[in-house]
Design a binder for this molecule. Sequence first.
Ligand SMILES: *[C@@H]1O[C@H](CO)[C@@H](O)[C@H](O)[C@H]1NC(C)=O
Ligand SMILES: [Zn+2]
Length: 404
Amino acid sequence: MLSLRLLYMPLEVVVLISPGYTDKPRQKEAEPAFKFIGNVHGDEPVGREVLMHLANWLCDNYLKDPLATLIVENMHLHILPTMNPDGFALRWRGNANDIDLNRDFPDQFFSANNDINSRQPETRAIMNWVKQEHFTASASLHGGALVANYPWDGTRDTGKHYYGCPDDKTFRHMASVYSQSHYNMSLSKEFEGGITNGAFWYPIYGGMQDWNYIHGGCFELTLEISDTKWPKAAELPVIWEHNRMSMLNLLASLIKSGVHGRIFAADTGRPIPGLVMIKGIDSKVRASRAFGDYHRIIVPGKKYEVMASMEGFRSKSTHIVLEQEAVSLDFILDPDGVDGQMKLLRSDYDCRCDNDKMFHVREAHLWLYLLVVCGILALYLVFKRKAASRLLAFRYSPRRPVAV
Ligand SMILES: *[C@@H]1O[C@H](CO)[C@@H](O)[C@H](O)[C@H]1NC(C)=O
Ligand SMILES: [Zn+2]
C-alpha cells in the first residue's frame, strides 16, 4: 500500500507533505532510502511540479509497471515537493526571511553557518530529517539550467575550479545516470555529458548537497531540470516527461547496482551499525541502527575491496567483482578481544540473479529463511502434492547473500 506521510516543520506557515512511497508504510525495512527535494529556491517551482507528477505516476503504476513496482517494493522513497513554500508564495529565491536555503547549511570550509541559533527553520528541519532517516542518496531539484551537478560545491581556496570529493567517480556515474536518461540533458553544449562538478561551474558555500554527503553519508545530486525558471503551465507535463526516465532510473540504479548487505555481531547475531569502506576511497557509509543494513553506491564493472568495521569489533574485508548487477555482501564481525581464528563464512559468490527479486533475498536473513523453509515444509506435509506446488510459486529464487 502507498501512504502519505506528513512532515511538520517548526514554523506555522510551513507544512510539508512527504509521501513515503513503500509497500510497507511507516515500517522501517532493510532497504535503501532516497529523498527528492523540490523548490529549494522559491522562484524555481518546476521541481515541485515534477515531484507531484512522480508521486502520481508511482501511485498510478504500482503493480502495473515493473519500474514503479521495483521502486515501491525495494526502497523507501521520500518526496518533499517544496522545501521553501514561503519563497514560492513570494515568488523569490530565499525563504520568508529572504535567506537562501542552499547557502544556510554548515560548510566544511567556512564556519559562518555554524551558529545553530541563526539557522533557518527549513534548514534545521532538513538536517533533523537526514539525521533521523538512513538515506543512501538524494537529489534536490532546481531550475534555470539543464545539468546534473555533483560535489564538491565549494573549494577550500574559494577558486572556481574542479574540486572532486572522495567519491568523485561514484558521483559522476550517478549524475550520468540522470543526464543520459534525460530527453536532452546529455546533449548540453555548456556541460560535457550534461553533468558538472559544482565548484567547476561556480563555487558555493553552505549548500545542502555537500552537507548531505559529509554529515548524512547521503549521496546528493543537485539537478537543474529546466532552463526556464517559470515555464508556461502547459509545458510542465512535457518537462515531467523529459525527466521521468531520469528520475526512475536514478532510483532503480540504487536498487539494481552497488554493494548492499548487513552487518552482524558474531557473538549475539544482532545487526550492528558498522561502517563500510571501499579501499582507495576515503569515505564511509554507515549501516542502519535498526537492521545493520548498508547500501554502497559504486561504479559498476570494477573490482573492489570492501571493508566493514565497528567499534569493539574486529574489521573484516573482502574482494568483490562488481558487474552491472548489485552485489549482496553481509559481514559477521567478531568482538574485539575474543580469541580464535577469524572465521570467514563465505558462500559461493554469485552475481547473477533475478533482478527484481534479489532484494527480497537480501532482506530475508537466516532466521527468516529457516522460518520460511519450515513453513513450506509443514504445509507441504499437510497438503502433500496439491497445495505445496501452489505455495512454492510464491517463493522467490533463493539467492543467499555472500557472508563475510
Ligand atoms: C532540450 O529540449 C528543450 C525542449 O525542446 C529545448 O528548449 C532545449 O534547448 C534543449 N536543450 C538541449 C541542451 O538540447
Ligand atoms: Zn536553485
